[in-house]
Design a protein around this ligand. Structure first.
Ligand SMILES: [Zn+2]
Length: 375
């Protein structure tokens, strides 16, 4: 996730905070120092309220981090790639690079987060029992952490996808029906309904004069949009799996040599073949790719005497093989925000797959009902 600040690296995982978290941190410290602690402990002085408030907010940050680390470490132990954890608005996001392969893995990865939060809550509550004077800042912090970790566990256990509880639900449905797509559809629908319910509840509270309700409504909005996005993503992935790159690619695309001029590229390739990208080959080897975007950056009066080698993209060249799953191509296109990837086989350049080709394929197979829904 971009716009985040990298803090540390634990077990090969980059831990960062989203910039919005700094704002939330200040807001939370203020709410704790001015509201929560003064209500529970009326005898402290202002300085103590603030120190305790900031400390408690930092420890909440630590609690969310432990929750996310638990997800990530279990995912790693089950062979999934985890690159980073980003702590943001009201929680965290573990950036799992791939989807779990089996229901049991998804179940384990999902449930361990809330269990960790519950364990932290239990430990804090246990420590609180050992504190003799319940009016000290230490007792205050332990009380707060026990409470907030319980809430963290309870909220995340709500069965709406993509919350942890929704993932647990999906893994159970997936195990029972054998269909990841059906399981995702149901769990995401629950997620959307829950999101709407939170929005309604939040707005009602706001109308009744409690502005904290807006916060709840915002969380609800976030939940329902991410549920819908996840549902679409899974269905797309399912439609593309089992389809080979070679079935969709433009085979044997025209290639040109790096010393061709840009004006020849435009008139002979882009105009005539209505393509938007062309592989550049030299001695049967791909050395780059030239796209319409590359050409657009060059002033028109220079087209006649600029060789393609000066405007082409040499590196990175995103490539797949003809026998790869179409998902591999789609992932490269989406991840790097490019319009096409090269298809390379043992003889060199075998073709190009563009974003438009994939969309056309999806549209066509949907219109003709070609692809039967696989399990
Ligand atoms: Zn979680």
């Amino acid at each position: 996730m971009k716009s985040s600040l990298r803090l540390i690296r634990i077990a090969g995982i980059d831990i960062g905070v989203h910039y919005t978290w700094i704002f939330i941190f200040l807001l939370l410290s203020w709410a704790l120092a001015q509201g929560f602690f003064p209500q529970l402990y009326p005898d402290w002085d202002t300085r103590t309220y603030w120190i305790t408030g900031v400390a408690a907010a930092l420890l909440l940050f630590g609690s969310v981090l432990l929750h996310e680390l638990a997800h990530s470490l279990v995912a790693k132990a089950r062979g999934m790639k985890v690159h980073s954890i980003t702590l943001f608005l009201f929680g965290g996001v573990s950036n799992l690079e791939e989807e779990p392969e089996r229901p049991i893995i998804e179940f384990a990865v999902s449930i361990v987060g809330p269990l960790t939060s519950l364990a932290v809550a239990g430990i804090c509550w246990g420590l609180l029992q050992l504190v003799e004077n319940r009016q000290t800042p230490l007792a205050g912090i332990l009380t707060y952490l026990a409470l907030v970790n319980t809430i963290l566990a309870a909220f995340n256990l709500l069965p709406g996808y993509p919350l942890d509880g929704g993932r647990v639900l999906r893994s159970i449905l997936w195990q029972r029906t054998g269909s990841l797509v059906r399981a995702t559809n149901i769990a995401a629908t629950v997620g959307k309904i829950m999101g709407w319910a939170l929005i309604a509840l939040g707005l009602l509270q706001a109308f009744a004069g409690n502005w904290g309700g807006l916060w709840l409504a915002f969380i609800g909005w976030f939940l329902s949009t991410s549920a819908e996005a996840s549902r679409r993503q899974t269905s797309l992935r399912e439609q593309l799996s089992g389809v080979f790159v070679r079935d969709v690619m433009v085979p044997n695309p025209a290639t040109i040599s790096p010393d061709t001029t840009v004006s020849t590229l435009v008139s002979n390739v882009f105009r005539r073949q209505l393509s938007r990208a062309v592989p550049i080959c030299q001695n049967d080897r791909i050395v780059g790719i030239a796209t319409v975007s590359d050409v657009k950056e060059l002033p028109r009066e220079k087209w006649d005497d600029t060789p393609v080698s000066e405007i082409m993209t040499r590196d990175p060249l995103y490539q797949v093989r003809p026998e790869d799953d179409l998902n591999a191509a789609m992932q490269l296109i989406a991840k790097h925000d490019v319009n096409q990837v090269l298809v390379k086989d043992d003889t060199g350049c075998a073709g190009l797959v563009t974003r438009a080709d994939i969309l056309n394929y999806l549209q066509l197979s949907q219109d003709l009902g070609l692809k039967q829904k696989r399990g």
